[in-house]
Write a protein that binds this ligand. Structure first.
Ligand SMILES: Cc1ncc(COP(=O)(O)O)c(C=O)c1O
Length: 416
């Protein structure tokens, strides 16, 4: 397995022999093996042996508090959501075995799109098999040859991959920097098509974008705007529509991208829009056309969950309390956090380096707490982070228990 590491790099292969296509991963393999050789448990290979609720699971035989899922609104075990999924499984079977444009559109897919249109108050909704595919498909399809995509440098991988799949010019700007975005847009040749891509919440540090100002700048330059609200849907904004709703600029957003894999509590992705020609996307967007549609049970759970999220204001209020309590408590213990104030349900704890980050992750797991370890290239500025994401189903007492776990683990590893 580790042959590639011990061998010298062989840029010149012998005659008749190709270069090992895996040699490009040697540094990563060596780094991973170095970390695991110290006896460190693999932070990227944890198995949930049984899931007890949105906030607890059995991991390594132990009852563990989950603080590293995206189950913000705790919908995965909602009674109505589960009942809808079971019924659809009975009525429609386990899968569609086809693309949305052929045999893969069932009444459940249409019902799910209706729920999304109502949720956002928009005229069109298109459901994809994942949020990744929604970004991949919409971005690569609407911005083509001769067009420009102006995007935040900290954008999610699915946004970058959407740019890479299309033929538009890609122009990144410094994270959340309105002036830099303005300058980039100002340099685009007259008459070219322009798409600005932003996120409501940036998932690594849990910070939000100044969407109102940024969208005003984009519109000044005649650009269309796409906002990925993956980490804000269900939670942020009066009706849970996201950061654009919260900042009063949702009407100026041309395309909202979202996912069912976070607050909605299942899997799938979507785009909603008021663009009058939006429906043509169903015929030209390859990651929509050339893949199988979501199973009926999944769209049934998604539609039920989305409709319940419309009435989730009490849960939203409790989730904010949790986020504030955790942020305050960790700051008080001396941890360095990704944001000065809590801005979302994500609280990122900055680790000094990967080794101590991994050690802290393991110490927390032994305490009975699961968080996400994030490291470059997923993180900005080469940071190692322990990302905590709260759930509306965490109780205030659980948050206090979590703080006690952080204190003991942080002291044991020498971080606080
Ligand atoms: C900002 C953002 N967009 C899109 C996605 C992709 O969503 P999905 O899990 O549905 O593929 C994610 C997932 O982590 C995300 O964080």
């Amino acid at each position: 397995m580790s042959e590639g590491i011990d061998e010298p790099d062989r840029p010149e292969a012998r005659a008749g022999e190709g270069r090992d296509l895996f040699s490009k991963f040697d540094d990563l393999i060596a780094m991973r093996e170095g970390l695991l050789s110290t006896g460190q448990e693999d932070p990227f290979n944890l198995v949930m042996e049984k899931v007890l609720s949105p906030t607890r699971a059995i991991c390594n035989g132990r009852d563990t508090i989950l603080l590293g899922t995206y189950n913000y609104m705790g919908m995965t075990f909602d009674e109505d959501v589960i009942a809808a999924g079971k019924q659809a499984l009975e009525d429609y079977g386990s899968g569609t075995t086809g693309s949305r444009v052929l045999n893969g559109t069932y009444s459940g897919h249409k019902a799910c799109e209706e729920a999304l249109k109502e949720f956002y108050g928009m005229g069109h909704a298109m459901v994809f098999s994942t949020g990744y595919q929604a970004n991949l498909g919409i971005i690569s399809t609407i911005a083509g040859k001769g067009d420009y995509i102006v995007l935040d440098i900290d954008s999610h991988a699915s946004i970058w991959d959407g740019c890479a799949m299309g033929n538009a010019e890609v122009v990144p700007f410094k994270h959340n920097d309105i002036e830099a975005m303005d300058k980039r847009l100002g340099r685009i040749p007259e008459g070219a098509g322009k798409l600005v891509v932003l996120e409501g919440v940036y998932s690594m540090l849990g910070d939000i974008a100044p969407l109102k100002e940024m969208i005003a700048v984009a519109k000044k330059h005649g650009a269309m705007v796409l906002v990925d609200e993956a980490h804000s849907m269900g939670f942020i904004g009066e009706h849970g529509r996201g950061v654009a709703e919260d900042q009063g600029c949702l009407d100026d957003v041309d395309f909202v991208i979202g996912t069912f894999s976070k607050s909605v509590g299942t899997v799938g992705g979507f785009c909603v829009s008021n663009h009058p020609k939006f429906e043509i996307m169903r015929l030209v967007c390859r990651p929509y056309v050339f893949t199988a549609s979501l199973p009926p049970s999944v769209v049934a759970t998604a539609a039920t969950s989305i409709r319940k999220l419309m009435h989730g204001s009490n849960k939203r209020a409790h989730l904010w309390e949790n986020s504030k309590r955790l942020h305050q408590g960790l700051t008080g213990l001396g941890f360095e956090l990704g944001t000065k104030e809590p801005q979302s349900a994500i609280v990122a704890v900055i680790m000094p380096d990967l080794e101590r980050g991994a050690a802290m992750w393991e110490a927390l797991l032994k305490e009975g707490l699961y968080v996400n370890l994030a490291r470059p290239p997923a993180t900005p500025a080469n940071m190692t982070l322990l990302r905590c994401s709260l759930c509306a189903e965490h109780s205030a007492e659980e948050v206090e228990t979590i703080l006690g776990m952080f204190e003991r683990a942080g002291k044991a590893v020498g971080i606080v």
